[in-house]
Ligand binder design. Sequence first.
Ligand SMILES: Cc1cc2nc3c(=O)[nH]c(=O)nc-3n(C[C@H](O)[C@H](O)[C@H](O)COP(=O)(O)OP(=O)(O)OC[C@H]3O[C@@H](n4cnc5c(N)ncnc54)[C@H](O)[C@@H]3O)c2cc1C
Length: 521
Amino acid sequence: MLQADAIFIGAGINSLGAAVLLGEVGWRVLVLDRNEVPGGAVRTLQLTLPGFHHDIGAMNLTVLASSPFFQEHQSQFAKYGAEFITADRSFGSIAPDGRFLGITTDRDVNLRAIAQFSPADAQAWKTWNADFDRCAPILFRILGSPAVAGGPLEYVFGKEVPVPEETRQALRGILVDSLRHNLTARFESDAVQALIAAWGLHLDYAPDVAGGCWMPFLETNVDQRQGISLVKGGSGHVIHALCRMVEETGGEVRTAQTVEKILFDSGRAVGVQLADGESIRCSRAVVASVTPTALLKLADGHLPRAEVSQARDWQFGPGTLVVHLALAELPQWTAAAARQSFYVHLGPTLDDLAAAYQQGMAGLLSARPFCVVAQPTLYDPSRAPDGRHVLWVMVRAVPAEIRGDAAGKISGSQWTDDVKNAFADRVLELIEEHAPGFRAAVLARTIHSPRDLEHLNPNLVGGDLNAGSMHLAQFYGQRPFQGASRTPLPGLYLCGASTWPGGGANPGSGILVANELLKAD
Ligand SMILES: Cc1cc2nc3c(=O)[nH]c(=O)nc-3n(C[C@H](O)[C@H](O)[C@H](O)COP(=O)(O)OP(=O)(O)OC[C@H]3O[C@@H](n4cnc5c(N)ncnc54)[C@H](O)[C@@H]3O)c2cc1C
């Protein structure tokens, strides 16, 4: 068996990215995952019918595709079967009046589309883009650097990153404002505000959450520039490629291996114990890609008191439910432009988005849930048999513990099959409102409730797709502990969505932990 320098707990995208980087400089790495199929939230499975390939989680791989990590490993991704495709009509929302407002990679087309809702907002979109040109280099630098304990204001007003005077005001707003505050000051149309704010709910940035602007700001501008990247056949091909890259360096990815305990010797992490009792030791580092809550159990009494208390206080964001559909045809959206759009957001105004989030946080099944409808087969027909389609409908702000139904129709406090089906029916009915006849095209469906998602990947506690709320209290230098990849325990390191810079299908925290380990080497 491999004599490992480093053991990774969890074969998520961050662990695998870090394992590749360490393997390339001669480290022997062992990556362990409890599942049969590696990848965590990035897996592609035939969930409905044979020949229909569904991404259980991440599908939008734009950040990965535009990262230096990808550029440096492009030929290996290609060699191992991860072929990237661009959706040039990337996203849009159904507006309150039923029209569709979508963003493409053609800025002039976008300006004309926005002007249909408000000529003033078309001008404001230009400022939104110009602010991006000024702020993006700093934002990407922040997201790609180790976290600074004080949080975002240090970056804007402090010494870590020099910020030109003319950029400060815009950057401060993007880092600190709530979406409602920032967007209502910039845009007058409900439709334009919701077009942008919908992205906040891909994380847990509802319209009134402070610090929630940065992600919609980056996503909307980047999508206009380069579209959304997805991988032919499903995101799982990226994981397959990363596993082969690890093996190419002499490393190993072992699946169906649950780590139950981190082993310590004189206070130093020296290996892991598996659920079947096997102990595996390593010489340099144990890297855990788990939540702080799970780390408490794995480190079993070794974490210092401050970290124990922070781990106990770790809060998870709202849950997620995903309806995976095999379809005879794509939705015939009444607003024809939606038929070409990779994502269609159903959440017409800031107030609709805020209400859906608030109901979810209060434990209620939303009466009109916020839905992200992805139509991957528009751009990648290989995911379904000829002429057929898959549809991925992600509902955000869904409670893991159900306290009631905001519409007063669904009873039950657990995610039983009856409750799942009743709620999925509500979601499909919402789509049917905008695409009459849609339900008749459904060949089969599989529903992943918040509890099912947690079962598929224990980091998705209560269906929280970011493994912990991304609000300011748990972001920057608080994600988690002091925001660092290392822990106070020698030999024990962290990566993954619970760590800085948070959730997302790219190896951001994996790169940071690899750098940290190489620095310590
Ligand atoms: C429904 C959904 C949609 C999403 N959509 C997008 C999107 O479109 N774009 C995007 O960028 N991001 C998206 N995300 C978020 C993104 O997928 C995740 O943030 C990211 O994949 C997390 O990666 P990670 O490296 O933290 O590892 P994870 O994906 O969390 O994987 C961790 C792995 O560790 C394993 N593990 C945990 N504990 C143990 C243990 N004790 N022993 C052994 N193994 C263990 C788990 O089985 C898992 O395989 C989505 C997530 C979900 C759930």
